[in-house]
Design a protein around this ligand. Structure first.
Ligand SMILES: Nc1nc2c(ncn2[C@@H]2O[C@H](COP(=O)(O)OP(=O)(O)OP(=O)(O)O)[C@@H](O)[C@H]2O)c(=O)[nH]1
Length: 243
């Protein structure tokens, strides 16, 4: 059995119908009251119709407002993503790496990997910028596929990347960097001459409360040492300091 929607104005409707009945039955008795009642019935009727129309309108407005609120939330998420991510590779951008790294390091020990693609200028020079761009995306893909624990991958320069590893010690970070190095070196980037891509890695580790800039500078210095030592290798910053 179908149930009709309840009318918000059931009681008012009943009052209106009673008034109409009185208006009809008592015709001719007291014209002055009859006329006044007639006007009241007319205005009341109109008031009910307009109120119903306003309620329908405000329901539509509420639906539209909900739709706009959802759209606004989507746009805010998109804006936040664009402000924090590199548009080419989808990795975090430099500002976001610094912001998240500082946040992690304020409370936790943190290891950090800095890596730089080897001889990347030659890739651009030999095959063109679009191929270079594809290599950048391929490298980020290799990093993502290797990172099986919580961590953040960022692109901090043209062909330089960072991996932030909260609560990892030196040895764990070194092993992750080694797996990333191997993954890139063995990956087929589909270059026209079938050549391979390699990257050089530096690893640092900092206790909670240390400065993010120190973590980055130490990993960066280790990465440059890896370049000087022949590239396609991982060097730890503590080994650098001991040498
Ligand atoms: N395709 C592409 N190239 C970029 C981008 N950003 C920077 N580069 C290029 O990256 C290259 C970096 O070259 P270099 O700093 O000389 O370093 P490299 O050739 O990788 O040599 P090493 O680091 O010493 O191994 C330059 O040719 C830049 O033009 C980018 O977004 N896309």
């Amino acid at each position: 059995m179908s149930q009709s929607n309840p009318d918000l104005f059931d009681q008012e409707n009943c009052a209106l119908m009673s008034a109409r009945a009185v208006y009809n039955v008592e015709a001719g008795e007291t014209d002055i009251y009859r006329t006044a009642l007639g006007e009241l019935v007319g205005h009341y009727d109109q008031l009910l119709r307009q109120t119903r129309r306003l309620i329908r309108h405000s329901d539509r407005q509420e639906l539209e407002m909900n739709r706009l609120n959802h759209r606004l939330a989507d746009l805010a998420r998109e804006l936040e993503y664009r402000a924090t991510h590199d548009s080419l590779s989808g990795a975090l951008n430099r500002a976001a790496v610094i912001e998240r790294g500082e946040r992690f390091l304020a409370r936790n020990e943190m290891a950090m990997i800095v890596l730089d693609i080897d001889h990347f200028k030659q890739v651009n020079d030999r095959f063109g910028h679009p191929v270079g761009d594809a290599v950048i995306c391929g490298v980020v893909d290799c990093l993502q596929r290797t990172l099986e624990i919580p961590g953040e991958i960022g692109r901090v320069g043209g062909e330089e990347f960072t991996v932030i590893l909260p609560q990892q010690n030196y040895l764990q970070a070194q092993e992750i960097a080694e797996r990333m190095r191997s993954m890139i070196a063995n990956h087929d980037f589909s270059l026209p001459d079938a050549s391979r891509i390699t990257a050089s890695f530096g690893v640092s580790w900092m206790p909670a409360g240390a400065a993010f800039a120190t973590a980055y500078n130490e990993a960066d210095a280790a990465m440059y040492e890896a370049k000087r030592n022949g590239r396609n290798r991982v060097i730890r910053a503590d080994h650098l300091l001991c040498a």
